[in-house]
Design a protein around this ligand. Structure first.
Ligand SMILES: C[S@@+](CC[C@H](N)C(=O)[O-])C[C@H]1O[C@@H](n2cnc3c(N)ncnc32)[C@H](O)[C@@H]1O
Length: 331
C-alpha cells in the first residue's frame, strides 16, 4: 500500500499512462521511418519490440492495415458514416456533366429521367470503394457508377448494397479500365492507403481531359469532449497518419477545398461497429483489441453525455479536395 501511495496513486497512474501513450506514438513513428527508408526488416523490428515478425508487421505495417478491412466488412457497413449531401454534390456536380437539365426538365434527386441515355450520364469511378458507402449516394443521384475495390469481402457487401454499380476487382495503382473512360474519379476515405504518385498517374489516365478527381474524408470532430476521449482510446497504440489536404499537382490543375460540418446519428451498437472497423483496431493483437473495445464500452457507460443513451450523435468534419485534369489531359 505504501508503495502505491509512493508511486502517486491514481495521479501516478494517469502520469504513467500519459508517458506510455507518448512512447507508443514515438515507437510507431520510428517504425514507420525504419520501414519507409528500408533500414530494418520486420524480423528485426519484431525482435527489437519483443514480439514475432508477424505480430510486428500485423500491428504496424501500412500494407497489413490497408488489407485488413475485409476481416470487418460487416462492421464497416454497419458502423461507418455516409458522406454529407453537400460534399457529394460538390465532388460530383451534376449540372457540369449535363445530368440535371435535359430539355429544361430537372432530374429528381433519387430518380433518373428515363430519357437520359447511358451515353449522357456522368461516368463516375469510385476508387477503393469498400462496401459502397459513397457509390450508394452516387447511384442515387443518377450517375453511372463503377466501383473498384481490391478486397473480395468488401466487394461482396458492395454488390449486395449497390446492385446498380459495376464492381471491379482492382487497385488505385492499376485501375482495370480503359484510358479516358470516366468524367469523375472519386476516392472516399482511401487516398491515404494508396501509392499517391501511381494513383495520381492512373487517375489522370482513366479521366477524360477536363475530368475531375475528388477526394473526401470524414474526420470525427474532437472539439466535442467525449469524441476527444474516444479518439484518445482509439489511438493509444499509435497515431494514424492521414493527410486530408493532399497536394495533387500536374497534370491536375490547382486543387480546391471544402469542409463540411455535420452530424451522424447512430446507435450504441453502430458506434461499437465503427470502432471495430478501424484498420488500426482490426490489426491489434486479440487481447489488446478486446481491451480497447472494453474501454470504449466503459466510456459509453460512464460518460455524462453518453450513458444510458441508445442513440448518439457523432459530429464530423468532412474534408474534400477536388482538382480538374488539365484540358491537355495526361502529360
Ligand atoms: C477506409 S476504406 C474506405 C471505403 C469506402 N471508400 C468508404 O468510403 O466507405 C478504405 C478502402 O480502400 C481499399 N484500399 C486499400 N488499398 C487500396 C489500393 N491500393 N487500391 C484500391 N483500394 C484500396 C480498402 O480495401 C478499403 O476498402
Amino acid at each position: 500500500m505504501a508503495d502505491i501511495v509512493g508511486a502517486g496513486g491514481i495521479d501516478g497512474l494517469a502520469r504513467v499512462t500519459k508517458v506510455l501513450t507518448a512512447l507508443e506514438a514515438e515507437r510507431a513513428e520510428l517504425i514507420q521511418q525504419l520501414r519507409s527508408q528500408r533500414l530494418a526488416s520486420w524480423d528485426e523490428i519484431g525482435q527489437a519490440c519483443g514480439m514475432t515478425r508477424q505480430g510486428a508487421s500485423r500491428r504496424w505495417s501500412q500494407e497489413a492495415q490497408a488489407t485488413s478491412f475485409g476481416d470487418a466488412a460487416a462492421a464497416y457497413q454497419q458502423g461507418r458514416p455516409p458522406y454529407p449531401a453537400s460534399a457529394v454534390d460538390w465532388l460530383v456536380p451534376a449540372n457540369e456533366h449535363g445530368l440535371q437539365d435535359f430539355g429544361g426538365r430537372a432530374a429528381s434527386r433519387n430518380r433518373v429521367p428515363e430519357a437520359v441515355s447511358a451515353a449522357q450520364r456522368t461516368r463516375v469511378l469510385d476508387l477503393g470503394a469498400g462496401t459502397g458507402k459513397l457509390s450508394r449516394l452516387l447511384v442515387d443521384r443518377g450517375f453511372e457508377v463503377t466501383a473498384v475495390e481490391p478486397l473480395a469481402e468488401m466487394r461482396e457487401q458492395l454488390a449486395a448494397s449497390v446492385p446498380q454499380a459495376v464492381v471491379l476487382d482492382g487497385t488505385a495503382e492499376q485501375i482495370p479500365v480503359a484510358d479516358g473512360s470516366f468524367d469523375v474519379v472519386v476516392v472516399a476515405q482511401a487516398w491515404h492507403w494508396f501509392d499517391a504518385a501511381k494513383a495520381l498517374r492512373e487517375a489522370a489516365r482513366v479521366l477524360v481531359p477536363g475530368g475531375t478527381l475528388g477526394l473526401v474524408w470524414n474526420v470525427r470532430d474532437q472539439s466535442e469532449p467525449w469524441v476527444a476521449e474516444l479518439d484518445r482510446i482509439l489511438h493509444q497504440h499509435g497515431p494514424q497518419v492521414m493527410d486530408t489536404h493532399p497536394d495533387l499537382g500536374a497534370p491536375f490543375e490547382q486543387a480546391e477545398r471544402l469542409e463540411v460540418r455535420w452530424e451522424h446519428q447512430l446507435t450504441r451498437a453502430d458506434l461499437l461497429a465503427m470502432v471495430a472497423s478501424r484498420s488500426y483496431v482490426i490489426t491489434l493483437p486479440e487481447t489488446e483489441r478486446t481491451e480497447l473495445l472494453n474501454q470504449v464500452t466503459e466510456l459509453l457507460d460512464s460518460h455524462l453525455d453518453l450513458r444510458g443513451r441508445k442513440h448518439l450523435t457523432m459530429p464530423y468534419l468532412t474534408h474534400c479536395t477536388r482538382a480538374r485534369l488539365s484540358e491537355a489531359g495526361e502529360s
